[in-house]
Design a protein around this ligand. Structure first.
Ligand SMILES: *[C@@H]1O[C@H](CO)[C@@H](O)[C@H](O)[C@H]1NC(C)=O
Ligand SMILES: *[C@@H]1O[C@H](CO)[C@@H](O)[C@H](O)[C@H]1NC(C)=O
Ligand SMILES: *[C@@H]1O[C@H](CO)[C@@H](O)[C@H](O)[C@H]1NC(C)=O
Ligand SMILES: *[C@@H]1O[C@H](CO)[C@@H](O)[C@H](O)[C@H]1NC(C)=O
Ligand SMILES: *[C@@H]1O[C@H](CO)[C@@H](O)[C@H](O)[C@H]1NC(C)=O
Ligand SMILES: *[C@@H]1O[C@H](CO)[C@@H](O)[C@H](O)[C@H]1NC(C)=O
Ligand SMILES: *[C@@H]1O[C@H](CO)[C@@H](O)[C@H](O)[C@H]1NC(C)=O
Length: 305
């Protein structure tokens, strides 16, 4: 299928261009008879046997346990590959003990909430203060984006997981900031391989307003920087020039007028290119960042660089 080995990177921040090459063959589409992509007040999600599945089957949302962990989390993962690979977790720092008594639903104020039968306050919530719509639903989209939308017009998005990154940067999600409505995204590593709680490494666009990305430790110590965007690459990542040209992917740094919004985004042009991801792991010895790709017919993710 024309996979190309990615070049080796010495930098801690492996840019998306090297792993978007990744492709995944559709293996076992895990079919659940009652799978829907929507959660509503009268259709909550509960238990380890039920999932929401995006309309074309790419992503699933449900309860899962990280490897060798007794804790349960509500998360999003690839639905069509054999290796469970989490891309987003709602209750990162607040695990639950029993998915059977926990519920993802829509609360009376319209927010999407994760409830445990024993607690009155939500374990997790989209937490929007003023929802004017009188009916909202949660939908898992084929991009891997979980949205809270107006039930009468699902184009009206009130909240989206793409504005709240976990440790994984998915195609078409924007890592950066938007002054209106004041969204700033940040990749935050897991605490450890089996604990999705926020760890010490994070990656974000320089809050001082330059176009460089900063890899930080404990939100304070700068660990690595990408250098400013030159219009084609980041100054301190000359390897990016090796990313051109490509018929399968695109990437760009976008800076709006008066820096009203600035972000880096990458995407695939070919719909058949199913998965690629940036996996962000908190392993300081190798820089903490790993780009991963999936070989068609493969059994596990492979590391780029
Ligand atoms: C919800 O938002 C309010 C104000 O923005 C904040 O104080 C509160 O901690 C948030 N609650 C949760 C569960 O995130
Ligand atoms: C929601 O509001 C619309 C008008 O804005 C109204 O027609 C509809 O009956 C309301 N639905 C509910 C469930 O209150
Ligand atoms: C739904 O919302 C979108 C975005 O606000 C709007 O462009 C569209 O006209 C709306 N559709 C209907 C049927 O109201
Ligand atoms: C951001 O600005 C502050 C204040 O000028 C400075 O101390 C800090 O080093 C700057 N950060 C970076 C990453 O340049
Ligand atoms: C990066 O860009 C900022 C303006 O956004 C500029 O002030 C700064 O000098 C640039 N840094 C380098 C190393 O060129
Ligand atoms: C991490 O940052 C916090 C402030 O955000 C600081 O209080 C703490 O000492 C830092 N930890 C270490 C080990 O530097
Ligand atoms: C950008 O700033 C200029 C000058 O301050 C102003 O005239 C213009 O309206 C601003 N544009 C936007 C989109 O805010």
């Amino acid at each position: 299928m024309g996979n190309t080995e990615a070049p080796s990177f010495s930098s801690a921040f492996v840019l998306p261009c090297v792993f978007v090459i990744a492709m995944a063959a559709v293996e076992s589409a895990m079919v659940f008879a009652d799978a829907t992509d929507t959660v509503a007040a009268d259709r909550p999600l509960s238990g380890s046997q039920r999932l929401l599945v995006s309309s074309r089957g790419k992503f699933a949302l449900g309860f899962f346990q990280p490897e060798s962990s007794h804790n349960w989390y509500l998360g999003i993962w690839y639905n069509q590959i054999s290796k469970h690979t989490t891309v987003w977790v709602a209750n990162r720092g607040s695990p639950i003990t029993n998915p059977g008594t926990s519920q993802l639903t829509i609360s009376t104020d319209g927010n999407m909430v994760l409830l445990d039968h024993s607690s009155r306050t939500p374990i997790w919530s989209t937490n929007i203060s003023k929802i004017t719509s009188n009916s909202t639903i949660g939908i898992i989209l084929d991009t891997g984006n979980l949205v809270l939308a107006d039930a009468s017009n699902t184009s009206i998005i009130l909240w989206q997981s793409f504005d709240h990154f976990g440790n994984t940067w998915l195609p078409s999600s924007k890592l950066g900031r938007n002054k209106f409505p004041g969204v700033s995204t940040r990749l935050v590593a897991w605490k450890s391989r089996n604990d999705p709680a926020p760890g010490v490494f994070s990656l974000e666009l320089d809050p001082n307003g330059t176009s460089q990305y900063l890899l930080e430790w404990n939100s304070t110590k700068q660990y690595w920087k990408s250098g400013n965007w030159t219009g084609r690459i980041f100054a301190d990542v000359p390897e990016m020039t090796g990313c051109y040209p490509s018929s399968t992917y695109s990437f760009d740094f976008i800076s709006g007028e008066n820096e009203s919004e600035s972000y880096f985004v990458y995407d695939v042009k070919d719909e058949s290119v199913l998965t690629r991801q940036q996996r962000w792991t908190p392993v300081p010895v190798d820089g903490g960042e790993q780009a991963r790709w999936w070989r068609p017919g493969g059994a596990d993710w492979r590391r780029s660089g």
